[in-house]
Design a protein around this ligand. Structure first.
Ligand code: B16
Ligand code: MG
Length: 216
């Protein structure tokens, strides 16, 4: 078996949008008279928008109508997009572009597999639209992470078998999705206690293609 493709998560792996999600979800919490903590926000990483609101409603013991849910989701996204529209290419994590160029240079396919329905807008703000062979976002599959749909569609678009794909992820939802897709994974970032990855790297400056290849 050999490594043929890298599938990158977006939020938390290519750039940091968690801080923008947090500010927007915190506003939603406020509407429910609930103080959402940063620790709870961590648990929303990689989780789809609707599913994230469901978690906040549960944590806050809130019961609201379907119409109010839709209203909060709409407002949250409007607020989030205002932050996204201020983003620029300097917000790409250091070392990512080098790693991606190296991977493509040795013939690997590369894709983004994100739960975010705003993924293409973010990738455009980062000026990375042409950096990938495929982009799969949360609007393209019936199920979001932790289900495997997003990564399986990315592999299909790349025409690479799942067992030859390596997922780079920062969230438990994403690592679980990779495992369910039959793909190996790298945990990106400094979080401890997440399960399912073969190895962990702190940043793109630690990413070593030779070590990734040895996983196969
Ligand atoms: P949106 P990823 C995920 O993106 C985020 O980590 C998660 O916090 C967010 O709720 C989800 O996208 C949905 O995002 O509201 O923009 O559709 O990490 O899978 O790239
Ligand atoms: Mg992520």
């Amino acid at each position: 078996m050999s490594l043929k493709a890298c599938i990158y998560d977006l939020d938390g792996v290519i750039t940091d949008t968690a801080k923008y999600h947090y500010k927007s979800w915190k506003w939603v919490g406020g509407q429910l008279d609930y103080n959402l903590t940063e620790k709870q926000n961590q648990k929303l990483k990689g989780v789809g928008r609707k599913e994230s609101l469901d978690k906040i409603l549960k944590w806050s013991n809130s019961r609201i109508s379907e119409a109010d849910k839709q209203h909060l989701l709409h407002k949250k996204n409007q607020m989030y997009l205002e932050f996204i529209d201020t983003m620029n290419p300097d917000e790409v994590f250091e070392g990512f572009k080098n790693f991606n160029a190296l991977a493509k240079g040795v013939g690997l396919k590369v894709a983004v597999g994100s739960s975010s329905k705003n993924a293409i807008r973010i990738i455009d703000k980062l000026d990375l639209v042409l950096a990938f062979h495929a982009i799969v976002d949360g609007g393209m599959t019936p199920n979001s992470k932790p289900e495997p749909d997003i990564f399986l569609l990315a592999a299909e678009k790349l025409q690479v078998s799942p067992e030859n794909c390596l997922v780079i992820e920062d969230s438990q939802a994403g690592l679980t999705a990779a495992k369910k897709a039959g793909m190996k994974s790298v945990l990106f970032g400094q979080d401890k206690g997440l399960k399912g990855a073969q190895i962990q790297i702190n940043s793109w400056l630690d990413a070593d293609l030779e070590i990734f290849k040895k996983l196969y």
